[in-house]
Design a protein around this ligand. Structure first.
Ligand code: COA
Length: 147
């Protein structure tokens, strides 16, 4: 299994994977725009030549790095790959200049919360209806020097 920056030619496949995983997903053109902004912040996990998952990060103001997506194909879950992708996107954000890292998650997403907690993220704030009516978000942050 390899984790590496996505190639532009892979973006349609990443968007397809996103559509399978999320009720609301980024269209391919948005992923292309993120990739144009910083290709090091769109990572793929490749397993035996197949796209197993991806992670997307973005750098905000004042050195705030955001983990926007960590997503795996159903058959790739539960083997530590989510944790590895999360560590890789956090490292890429730090290389890009992030001093703190935040991640955003649906409060009821047990798998994602467990993955983030296992990597040192703690709940910071909840925002009602962020993803749409009845779709709240929880912001989780890594504490300490970089938190
Ligand atoms: C969230 C996701 C990326 C986790 O990836 P994964 O490879 O299955 O997770 P890992 O195997 O790396 O496990 C990481 C930790 O989370 C825990 N975990 C994983 N799935 C879990 C589940 N369904 N329920 C509870 N805990 C879970 C693991 O036990 C592990 O903790 P540990 O290291 O202390 O044992 C994956 O489930 C996924 O793609 N989900 C759909 C997309 C999504 O919700 N993304 C997050 C929001 S952007």
């Amino acid at each position: 299994m390899t984790i590496r920056p996505a190639r532009r030619a892979e973006i349609d496949a990443i968007a397809r994977l996103d559509r399978e995983v999320f009720a609301q997903s980024f269209p391919a053109f948005s992923l292309r725009q993120f990739h144009d902004l910083d290709p090091e912040l769109l990572l793929v996990a490749e397993d035996d030549g197949r796209l197993a998952g991806h992670a997307l990060g973005a750098l905000g103001r004042d050195g705030e790095g955001w983990v926007l997506v960590v997503a795996l194909a159903a058959e790739a879950r539960g083997k530590g790959l989510g944790r590895a992708l999360l560590a890789a996107i956090c490292a890429a954000l730090e290389r890009a200049g992030a001093r703190r890292i935040r991640a955003t998650v649906a409060p009821g997403n047990a798998a994602s919360r467990a993955m983030l907690a296992a990597t040192g993220f703690e709940p910071l704030a909840e925002e009602k209806d962020y993803f749409g009516p009845g779709e709240d978000r929880l912001v989780m942050a890594r504490p300490g020097g970089r938190g």
